[in-house]
Design a protein around this ligand. Structure first.
Ligand code: NAI
Length: 421
């Protein structure tokens, strides 16, 4: 393999990620000979950085022809893209800082490879294929989707009668959302926010919008760093959970005047908007951790402001008519992926997220004939298998049920429950 200078830092990043993704090492060892993806083109749409790169390498080792593209304009890393394009069996189209039109062109080039399987993030490539390249539907065997937003979009596709293939809701597996969304987003959103601002979190008023998996991670970890955390919600049970977990829960028009930092993680739009900007404290900092850059109404903020200027890499200040400054991080794009220092989630978390995508893809292909067009849960056994692999790499042992424990759990008659072992 020849290496160009633009790819060299990318190779270094890949080597570091590889060394911290032992589940992928185990998958490569297990599937290198079996080659379950031989003869298939797999398109991966994701944030193209080092951990994703290791995932692509694992798919290629398992026999796939891999094509990749970015799922978001600001989250891919050019050196990693260059390094991946130097590897056999992998090619792709992604660049950091593209606009929406360029992103669409890059997606289209990936689709030119006529993928048999799409492993997607936010259903970006899937929606593009269904909407704009329907001639490719015949060759598409299925889709595995790794985000909350993407599963919602595929369900909307189904409701619209547009879904003609099986899709696995990989996001909904415990091994994905109970770790990636909570711990991955929680840690990486906060660390990137603090690195971008170079400010202190301890003692600050932090408003977390949305108390789903990502919001739970962000709120709990911000509190662990000493912040005073307020949660906003629209769903009564989630709001109650936040309340009973000890957070202040307030509507946004109350929280707006309190926060020094705001972090959105709702998967929704215009969560922070005009009427809220008017109430904010001077110096308030707004960041988004949800997939789309619409959670904070950046255009509305620009309309309200008298002037806007960059104050640090990744931070734009908006000066309001009364002299207050409001700061927006990375145009409201994913703070953990688009910030200047951003590297996305920690490697160990992505090791299991991408292992879920890998194992779900393998299962979907094996069971393809039994799966109708629709959104399917990944079988629990596949999820448990990834958990076992992960525990093994961690050197963590657990107990096994004894026969009498198993019988006890399966019994329903009082006599059977009380029988001696
Ligand atoms: P979720 O569905 O578990 O939680 C979202 C929460 O936001 C729900 O409780 C919902 O009631 C609440 N919500 C909706 N509209 C709201 C509003 N106007 N005000 C306040 N709360 C509102 O979703 P999850 O898994 O937490 O994901 C959230 C977003 O983050 C999605 O777009 C997802 O794709 C994205 N995501 C981002 C990651 C990253 O790396 N930054 C990683 C994983 C997911």
């Amino acid at each position: 393999m020849t290496t160009t200078s633009s790819a060299e830092p990318g190779h270094q990043k890949l080597a570091w990620a590889r060394a911290h993704m032992p589940v992928h090492t185990a998958l490569r060892d297990r599937y290198r000979e079996i080659r379950p993806f031989a003869g298939l083109c797999i398109a991966v749409c994701s944030h193209i950085e080092a951990k994703t790169g290791v995932f692509l390498e694992t798919l290629a080792a398992a026999g796939a022809e891999v094509v990749f593209t970015g799922s978001e304009p600001g989250s891919s890393q050019d050196d990693v893209v260059a390094a991946l394009n130097e590897q056999p069996g992998i090619s792709g189209y992604a660049r950091r800082g593209v606009n929406e039109e360029e992103l669409a062109r890059l997606h289209s080039r990936a689709l030119d490879h006529q993928p048999n399987l799409i492993l997607d993030d936010a259903a970006e490539l899937t929606a593009r294929l269904v909407h704009q390249r329907p001639e490719l539907l015949d060759g598409l065997r299925g889709v595995c989707e790794q985000t909350t937003t993407g599963v919602q979009r595929i369900q909307a596709m189904l409701a619209d009668g547009a879904l003609r293939f099986p899709a696995y809701a990989v996001n909904h597996t415990p091994m994905k959302h109970e770790f990636d969304n909570i711990h991955g987003t929680g840690e990486s959103a906060l660390t990137n926010l603090m690195l971008t601002t170079n400010l202190l979190l301890a003692g600050k008023q932090v408003v977390v919008c949305g108390y789903g998996d990502c919001g739970v991670g962000i709120a709990h970890k911000a509190r662990a760093w000493g912040a005073q955390v307020t949660v906003t919600e629209v769903e009564p049970r989630r709001a109650l959970r936040a309340h009973m977990n000890g957070f202040a829960v307030r509507p946004m028009d109350e929280a707006a005047g309190i926060g020094e930092f705001f972090i959105t993680a709702t998967g929704n739009r215009d969560v922070i908007r005009g009427e809220h900007f008017r109430l904010m404290r001077d110096g308030a900092i707004l960041a988004n951790a949800g997939h789309f850059n619409v959670e904070i109404d950046a255009a509305g903020l620009a309309d309200e402001a008298e002037a806007r200027y960059t104050v640090r890499p990744g931070i734009e200040a908006f000066r309001m008519g009364d002299g207050r400054e409001i700061h927006l991080i990375c145009e409201g794009r994913l703070v953990n992926l688009a910030a200047p220092t951003a590297m996305g989630h920690p490697a160990e978390v992505m090791d299991q997220t991408f292992a879920m995508q890998f194992m779900a893809a393998e299962d979907l292909l094996r069971r393809r004939d039994q799966l109708n067009a629709g959104v399917h849960a990944v079988p629990d056994a596949v999820d448990a298998e990834v958990a076992s692999l992960k525990l093994k790499t961690l050197g963590v042992g657990i107990d096994a049920l004894t026969d009498s424990q198993r019988r006890f759990l399966e019994a329903w008659r009082a006599d059977d429950i009380l029988e001696s072992p």
